[in-house]
Ligand binder design. Structure first.
Ligand SMILES: Nc1nc2c(c(=O)[nH]1)N(C=O)[C@@H](CNc1ccc(C(=O)N[C@@H](CCC(=O)O)C(=O)O)cc1)CN2
Ligand SMILES: Nc1nc2c(ncn2[C@@H]2O[C@H](COP(=O)(O)OP(=O)(O)OP(=O)(O)O)[C@@H](O)[C@H]2O)c(=O)[nH]1
Ligand SMILES: [Mg+2]
Length: 448
C-alpha cells in the first residue's frame, strides 16, 4: 500500500490587508510545480530572483514579484517550499491565491499548518513551536526576548538535558535489574542513579519556584484599578493609555464593565483594568460591576486602591484586601487641595492628579519597578506556561518518589524514572503528545 502524499498547502504568510509587500508561501511536493507553471524557470535554491508571476492557465501576468525556492529538506517546513513576494495589494494577493487553487494537489493551509509540518519533520520541537507562537504574539521587548529564546531551543535544551539525566539514571537502575542475582552490583548501580537524581531534584525545584515570572512576562503583569466611585479610576486609566478608553463622568457609578488597556513599560507588558467603584448603597447593575471588580482584583498581580484627596480617606474594603496579592494606595485629585503643597502621606501612598498630570509619571515608574521586581531578569531560562509547569511538576513528583521509594523494589523505581522521563519528553513532544497538538497549532494564524 502506498501512502497518499500530503497535499501541498499554501497561504498568505504576511498580514492580511493592503501592504507594501505580501508573501505567499507554498509547502509540499507540489511547490516546485508552482514555479514551473507560474514563475519558470526554478531559481537557484535560496536565491531571490525577480519574476513575472503568471496564471497557470493562459499565462496572464498577475504581478511582477520576487520568488524564493527552498528545496526539501532545507526549508522552514522541511518540505519543498516556494515563496512568492508580491506587491501587497488586495487584488494582487487575491489573484495569486485564486490562481494557486487551479493547480491540482494544492489547497489553502489551515492555521498553524506550516508550523505543524515543521514539527512533524523534526525542524522544531513542541516547546520551540510554542515559542514561535509567542514570538508572533510578542508585544513588548521582554516578551520578544523570552519567546525568541524559547523558539530557538533554550527551554528545549534545559528539559531535554534533564530528560537525558533521568534516562542515564534509568540505565543504571535497569543494569541493576540485569544483575539482580549479584546484590552488590545492583546496590552500586542503584546508588549511581540516586546520586544523579539527587542532584536533579533541587534544580527542578528551583526552576519551579520562580514566582511565575516567565508566565507573567508572557501573559502580562496585571494591575487592577479599584476604589470608591468617582475617585478618578477611569480618568487614570485613560491617562495611562493616553486615549479615551473608558467613559469618565462626574456621576458616581459610571463604570460597570471591566475595561482593559495594555501598556508597554520599558519592555514589560502591563495590563491595567479599570473597574466599577466600591460602595455600600448600589443598585443591581452596579453590584454586578463590583462583583466583577473583585474578580479582577483577585486575578491581579497588583491592586491599586485609588481615593479622592478631598473625600473621606476610605481604606480598602476587607473583601478586596482579602483577595489582593499586593496593593498600592493612590491619592488622586491633589490639585483640589488648598494651599497647593502636597499633603503628608504615608510612604506607601502615591499622590497624584490626573487632571494636572502631576504624579502620573511617578506612578508609572512605580508600576514599572514593581512589575520588573516580579518578573526578574530577562534572558534567564524560565517556565513560560502552565502546560510546561504541570509536566515539570509531574516529573519532579516522580523523581521524589524515586528518591523516597524502597530501593529493593527496583521495578517500581525504574517506573518512577520512566514516568519522569515521559513527562519531560511531553514538553518537547519527544513522546506522545497527540492530545495537545491541535490546541497548540490552532493558536497560530493562517500562513504560519
Ligand atoms: N522570507 C521568509 N522570511 C522568514 C521566514 C520565512 O519562512 N520566509 N520565517 C519563517 O518562520 C522566519 C525565518 N525562519 C526560517 C527558518 C528556517 C528556514 C530554512 O530554510 N531552514 C533550512 C535551511 C537552513 C540553512 O540553510 O542552514 C533548514 O532548516 O534546513 C527558513 C526560514 C522569519 N523570516
Ligand atoms: N479635579 C480633579 N478631578 C478629577 C481628577 N481625576 C478625575 N477627576 C474627575 O472626577 C470625576 C470622576 O472621574 P472618573 O474617572 O469617572 O471616576 P471613577 O473612579 O472612574 O468613577 P466610577 O466609574 O463612577 O467608579 C470626573 O468628573 C473627573 O473629571 C483629578 O485629578 N482632579
Ligand atoms: Mg469609572
Amino acid at each position: 500500500m502506498t501512502s497518499q502524499p500530503e497535499p501541498t498547502i499554501f497561504a498568505l504568510a504576511s498580514a492580511p490587508g493592503r501592504a507594501g509587500v505580501a508573501v505567499v508561501r507554498i509547502s509540499g511536493t507540489g511547490a516546485g510545480r508552482v514555479l514551473d507553471f507560474m514563475a519558470a524557470p526554478r531559481p537557484e535554491p535560496r536565491r531571490a530572483v525577480g519574476r513575472a508571476i503568471r496564471h497557470p492557465e493562459g499565462g496572464t501576468v498577475l504581478d511582477r514579484g520576487v520568488v524564493l525556492w527552498f528545496p526539501s529538506p532545507k526549508s522552514f517546513t522541511g518540505e519543498d517550499v516556494v515563496e512568492l513576494h508580491l506587491h501587497g495589494g488586495r487584488a494582487v494577493v487575491q489573484a495569486v491565491l485564486a490562481a494557486l487553487t487551479v493547480l491540482p494537489g494544492l489547497r489553502l493551509a489551515e492555521p498553524g499548518e506550516f508550523a505543524r509540518r515543521a514539527f512533524e519533520a523534526g525542524k522544531l520541537d513542541l516547546a520551540e513551536v510554542e515559542g514561535l507562537a509567542d514570538l508572533i504574539d510578542a508585544e513588548t521587548e521582554g516578551q520578544r526576548r523570552q519567546a525568541l529564546a524559547q523558539a530557538t531551543g533554550a527551554l528545549s535544551g534545559l528539559y531535554e538535558g534533564w530528560r537525558a539525566s533521568v534516562i542515564d539514571a534509568l540505565a543504571y537502575v535497569e543494569a541493576g535489574l540485569d544483575f539482580s542475582d549479584e546484590a552488590d552490583i545492583g546496590e552500586k548501580t542503584f546508588a549511581e542513579a540516586r546520586s544523579i537524581i539527587g542532584v536533579l531534584v533541587p534544580a527542578v525545584n528551583h526552576h519551579l519556584d520562580d514566582g511565575h515570572r516567565g508566565e507573567i512576562l508572557r501573559e502580562g503583569f496585571r494591575v487592577a484599578l479599584t476604589g470608591p466611585p468617582n475617585a478618578g479610576k477611569s480618568s487614570l486609566l485613560n491617562a495611562l493609555a493616553r486615549r479615551d478608553a473608558a467613559i469618565v463622568s462626574a456621576e458616581a457609578g459610571t463604570t460597570r464593565d471591566v475595561i482593559e488597556v495594555r501598556l508597554d513599560l520599558k519592555g514589560l507588558p502591563v495590563i491595567v483594568s479599570d473597574t466599577a467603584g466600591f460602595r455600600e448603597a448600589a443598585g443591581d447593575i452596579e453590584r454586578e460591576g463590583m462583583r466583577r471588580s473583585l474578580a479582577v482584583a483577585q486575578a491581579a498581580d497588583l491592586v491599586l486602591w485609588l481615593t479622592d484627596a478631598t473625600g473621606p480617606r476610605t481604606t480598602m474594603p476587607a473583601e478586596l484586601a482579602a483577595v489582593a496579592d499586593r496593593t498600592l494606595l493612590v491619592l488622586n485629585k491633589v490639585d483640589l487641595l488648598s494651599g497647593g503643597s502636597a499633603p503628608v502621606l504615608p510612604d506607601d501612598m502615591v499622590p497624584l492628579s490626573v487632571k494636572s498630570g502631576e504624579g502620573v509619571a511617578d506612578l508609572v515608574e512605580r508600576l514599572q519597578v514593581i512589575a520588573s521586581e516580579r518578573i526578574g531578569h530577562p534572558g534567564e531560562t524560565v517556565l513560560t506556561q502552565v502546560r510546561h509547569r504541570r509536566l515539570v511538576e509531574l516529573a519532579r513528583d516522580s523523581l521524589v518518589a524515586f528518591l523516597q521509594g524502597a530501593s529493593d523494589d527496583v521495578e517500581l523505581r525504574a517506573e518512577d524514572l520512566r514516568r519522569a522521563a515521559d513527562a519531560l519528553g511531553r514538553i518537547t513532544g519527544r513522546v506522545d503528545v497527540e492530545d495537545v497538538l491541535d490546541q497548540i497549532f490552532g493558536r497560530f494564524c493562517i500562513g504560519k
